[in-house]
Design a protein around this ligand. Structure first.
Ligand SMILES: [Zn+2]
Length: 378
């Protein structure tokens, strides 16, 4: 085995741990590759004998004179499997000097009073499940997005005030399926949040959220959503597009919808910018930062949609209407202690015409309901 060595390096021998790096020619002298042989938990005497044999062989001497023990096949129990799971639930057990095994796929470090994400954890590229719950983390590093295999990220009960747009545009975009941000201090999620298209489960309970992302309907794989005990006055218009199994919005200060009190932002005549923006979205004209200023691109991404299907940018009429949450979820946790499953959702109109048409229908249906009540009571 050692006769084929072209060169031999022994970087370190540490207790029972030995790493040998061998270099051998592949195709020619200019194409060389390195291979590491890792020996752990070796018997000290056998290890010394082995090293002597390696040195003699490297010097071209005869190894036959050495008392080498016959090779015995290793039992299953002798072979150490790479560690894939590590659970740490107290600060006392948190490794301060040792590194984490690079083979880890599931790491939990809870109740460790961590103020930030350990840089050693950010090197664990095989991680699929990372649980950093019950710590004191205030900010997430952008390099967390380099963990491209990460499917589950649990950050509940920390001190987070934001979840950055950079993370939403990172490698997590495709991989992340479960995200738990509950029990933090987040007031708003970035516009890019809806780029996390792989999300199936999202927990946002017990934060200070004033809005849900306006494009939340783009999370087409989302099945479990909870945002209980936040500060949501209403839901975004896009919320209607969700198709959930379970929804929990308990304990939010939802306002009472009143379609008769509109928020009128309509500017007549429409500005040239508004006309151009509406045409771009309505006719699906391709655009990008190479064609338009980036702030315009961002504005176009959050263009509102009127009930007639037409887009509007900054000239619109806004109202809130009541939506039964069963329209978007199979199982709905009651939104209050009164047994309600309804919540206000934003609704936009591109023109006075569209609003008045809606109003006619709304009054008509209410009139019909009062008429029906009269008929029934008579
Ligand atoms: Zn319209």
């Amino acid at each position: 085995m050692v006769c084929g060595f072209d060169a031999l390096f022994i970087p370190w021998v540490l207790q029972h741990r030995l790493i040998i790096t061998e270099l051998f020619p592949l195709l020619s002298d200019t194409h060389k590759t390195a291979q590491k042989v890792l020996i752990t938990k070796a018997n000290v005497i056998n290890l010394k004998t082995f090293l002597s044999a390696v040195r003699l062989a490297h010097q071209g001497n005869d190894t036959g004179v050495l008392p080498l023990s016959p090779l015995v096949p290793a039992k299953n129990s002798d072979v150490e499997k790479p560690k894939t799971k590590m659970i740490i639930t107290s600060r006392r057990d948190y490794p301060l000097t040792k590194s984490f095994p690079f083979s880890l796929e599931h790491l939990q470090t809870s109740y460790c009073k961590l103020a930030r994400v350990d840089s050693r954890v950010l090197c664990l590229r095989k991680l699929r499940k990372l649980d950093l719950s019950h710590n004191h983390i205030k900010q997430l590093p952008a390099t967390l997005g380099d963990l491209v295999c990460l499917q589950e990220l649990d950050l509940h009960d920390n001190h987070l005030e934001a979840f950055s747009g950079a993370l939403c545009s990172s490698g997590l975009q495709k991989s992340l399926q479960l995200l738990d941000l509950s029990q933090n201090q987040i007031q708003a999620l970035p516009l890019e949040f809806c780029q996390l298209r792989g999300l199936v489960q999202l927990r946002l309970d017990d934060n200070a959220l004033l809005r849900l992302p306006c494009r939340i309907g783009q999370l087409s794989r989302l099945r479990f959503l909870s945002a209980a005990r936040n500060k949501l006055p209403f839901l975004p218009c896009d919320f209607r597009k969700l198709s959930l199994e379970n929804l929990d919005l308990f304990g939010n200060p939802f306002e009472q919808p009143n379609p008769l009190v509109p928020n009128i932002q309509l500017k007549i005549p429409l500005t040239l910018l508004e006309c151009a923006a509406r045409a771009t979205v309505n006719h699906r004209i391709p655009y990008g930062c190479h064609l338009l200023p980036s702030h315009l691109c961002k504005d176009l991404e959050v263009a509102k949609t009127c009930r007639c299907g037409s887009a509007c940018l900054s000239s619109f009429i806004q109202i809130t209407v009541t939506m039964n949450l069963h329209h978007v979820a199979h199982t709905v946790v009651l939104v209050d202690n009164m047994g309600g499953t309804e919540a206000p959702v934003l609704c936009y109109f591109c023109s006075l015409d569209c609003y008045s048409q809606f109003l006619d229908r709304h009054l008509q249906s209410n009139g019909m309901i009062s008429h029906l009540i009269l008929v029934i009571t008579e």
